[in-house]
Unconditional design. Structure first.
Lengths: 178, 191
């Protein structure tokens, strides 16, 4: 289900709500991005100022691009669990579906899969994307396993961002999974 | 050149961007309109911030660095209810610069800032925009005070801060990690 709230869509799944990032998400985001859980998705040299810039980059995309990262919240408790969504960071050859789960407690429950499925659906059905990929650092086995569980297939010919080390997983259109 | 991630949104994304932009207050002055930034304004933003004109604002930046700065400023609308405006001339819609009411990471308090394109300088636009932003801060948001952080060698901005009636705050300057002038604006001290 997708409804508009203050301009930014709100997506509800069985157990989760995907909503716009807000100021209340900064501290949990900072705790995550500065922890070793985020080793695969940020430079080794990182500090709170860069974390703020990264948080603003994800958030500001809603203003400049009309799509961006949703915060994943527990439908019942409202607890902030992570982030997922379509976005297009600076320097990347194509827009991406990203996902992060911010604490070990939220892992192993299929939360990332449930949220990412909704985000991919949103990108294809609402935004009309013709295709969607996820960039994953080699060695990030949990994320690779999730991409495969979502039906994504490695695309070895796609251009890659940055130093070119990322693996590219291309997602099937939702109707291909139906 | 511009990059793929700078292209304007289309379809549903364009509608969402417009809906989000509609939450940003529009400020009007005699000659100017301050409105929500649009991704199409980034070309002008990048031109300023990758040039020597950005030397008093931590620049010049790479184009990627300018993009991060732009996103940081627009995200502020969602995170703090203040941020960056694109300043356009009412008469012809030409973008003349950017105005800020925001609190950058590490800054102790919110500030009013301004930067113009080279072509728009010397016409009093920065003052007009700063006055409109200050009126918004004091009269609409009810802020008790707001500052402008200005580099010691930024003569133009120093002159403008003083013309606006802002007064240097030695205590606030002493508390800053880097040498910078802190000009304090107060509702009653508006020039």
């Amino acid at each position: 289900m997708t409804v508009a709230l203050s301009g930014i869509p709100l997506i509800e799944t069985e157990r989760l709500v995907l909503r716009a990032p807000g100021p209340q998400d900064w501290e949990p985001y900072a705790a995550f991005i500065l922890s070793d859980r985020a080793d695969f998705i940020r430079p080794a040299e990182f500090d709170r100022g860069l974390a703020w810039r990264a948080f603003c980059h994800a958030t500001g995309m809603w203003v400049v691009r009309g799509y961006g990262s949703f915060v994943i919240a527990d439908r019942v408790t409202g607890a902030t669990l992570g982030m997922t969504g379509p976005w297009h960071p600076e320097g990347w050859p194509e827009p991406e579906i990203g996902w992060t789960i911010w604490s070990t407690e939220a892992e192993g429950k299929g939360i990332a899969a449930e949220a990412a499925r909704a985000a991919i659906d949103f990108a294809f059905r609402d935004l009309g994307w013709p295709t969607a990929i996820s960039y994953i650092a080699p060695g990030n086995e949990r994320s690779i396993a999730l991409a495969k569980r979502l039906g994504a297939v490695q695309d070895t010919t796609a251009p890659r961002p940055g130093d070119g080390s990322a693996l590219v997983f291309r997602h099937p259109k939702p109707e291909a999974l139906a | 050149m511009s990059f793929a991630w700078e292209m304007p949104p289309v379809g549903r994304a364009a509608e969402t961007a417009m809906a989000v932009a509609a939450t940003v207050p529009v400020l009007e002055s005699a000659r100017l309109r301050l409105r929500a930034p649009d991704v199409r304004d980034f070309a002008a933003y990048a031109e300023i911030f990758t040039s020597d004109r950005a030397r008093h604002m931590g620049g010049p930046y790479s184009r990627e660095g300018a993009w991060h700065d732009f996103c940081q400023a627009v995200a502020s609308w969602m995170l703090r209810g203040m941020g960056v405006w694109s300043i356009e001339r009412k008469a012809d819609g030409v973008l003349v610069g950017f105005g800020y009411l925001w609190q950058e990471f590490g800054d102790p308090e919110p500030e009013i800032g301004w930067v113009l394109t080279e072509a728009a300088e010397g016409k009093g636009y920065a003052r007009e925009a700063a006055e409109a932003i200050r009126a918004h801060a004091f009269d609409t948001l009810g802020m008790a005070t707001v500052v402008s952080y200005v580099d010691h060698d930024n003569g133009r901005s120093i002159a403008l801060a003083e013309r606006l009636g802002a007064v240097r705050d030695p205590g606030a300057e002493a508390a800053m990690a880097d040498p910078v002038r802190v000009y304090r604006h107060r509702p009653e001290g508006r020039a």
